[in-house]
Unconditional design. Sequence first.
Length: 443
Amino acid sequence: MGRRDDTDVDGDRRRVMRRQYLSSSLWRIAALLCVLLIGLVSLISALNTRDEADIDTRLGEPAADAEQIRRGAYLARAGNCQSCHTQAGAAPYAGGEGIQTPFGVVYAGNLTPDKKTGLGSWNASHFWRAMHNGRSKDGRWLYPAFPYAQYTRLTRADTDAIFAYLRSLPAVEQPKRDHALRFPYNTQMALALWRALYFKPQHHQAVSGQSAQWNRGLYLVEGLGHCATCHSPRNALGAAISDRPLSGSMMPSEHWYAPSLLSMAEAGVMDWPTTDVVQLLRSGRAPQAHVSGPMASVVFGSTQYLTDDDLTAMAVYLKSLPKTEKTIAPVEAADANQMRRAARLYDKHCAACHGDQGEGKSGVYPALRGNRAVTMHNTANLISVIRQGGFGPVTEKNPRPYGMPPFGHVLSHREIADIITFMRQSWGNQASSVVELDVLRGR
């Protein structure tokens, strides 16, 4: 009995020691996890506040002079700020416009100097921090639907001028609308993590070996004009894919493809005369192309107002972008029956404007023969234009643009697919067929 009792005591002692060791190990693991969590939070915080200067909370600033306000108005035009910050039929820059994203709706803020709902309680330093760091006056991180990832390149002098212009506008009281984002995208923690991964404040620096004109074009295209916001592909979390800038992307706000600015088969202008690029940005049309869709809005509200020097600088920069042509697989010819059906539809609905041979009418109706908007691999824009109509911007150089009426109420999905296939495989055009399912996806 004595030996059994000793054995039981030894077993109990070992069990107690194991429990103590396990408890001690768990505490060490918990402490280590806490240290790692604190370190991670500190790292995320540091990444989110890098290059962020202290903000002067005083509102007493020198009054802006007329020249600074005039310059700020020009820069706000160049940045197309009014496009997002103005609702149709409402006061300019009063906000409230909903911006569709893959994660929900973000509502643009009120940029008028109203003290309760706008920028009336802000100073130039607050505005600089919002543009450069993506941080609001109250310290909140801003959603990147506001393109501070591009605006971060702007100089302090330019953001001060834009702020001076916005302060000169009539104050409009318009209560802020809460963003309609899904969880967890509606949390500041998720946004802070996103920023730590994908956002880094930048400063515009002239590239040595390039002309002042080229560097001005870089500033306008990559910064103030924020072209990458639409024309760069994005990952599943909505961040621009850094190694594929300006290579084309579907826009989440509407079924529209912002074509690649690097491909001559899409929207590249490397082989165009500089004057033709300027003409397209100024008027919305050039011998080689007409703008429509969201780009028509950009020309209407922004680029038509830029100076010749700035438009030329943008053209010079865009022409210098590297070509990244993709290898195109041989095109399989469409079914003969489909082509015959489509030829009859084209003759009935399209030939009167675009010509029997897709030749169009110069300065009026775009040619379809050799038109890269017709033959590029992504057919979303072509489907949208046929279904909903296509309209160019009203500009000083083209005050009465011809538009294309919608045919979505006249043509079936199969008929739209047939006509598009016919255009993509006629008159020397060589591009893949379109099927009814493609049209259904484009609704």
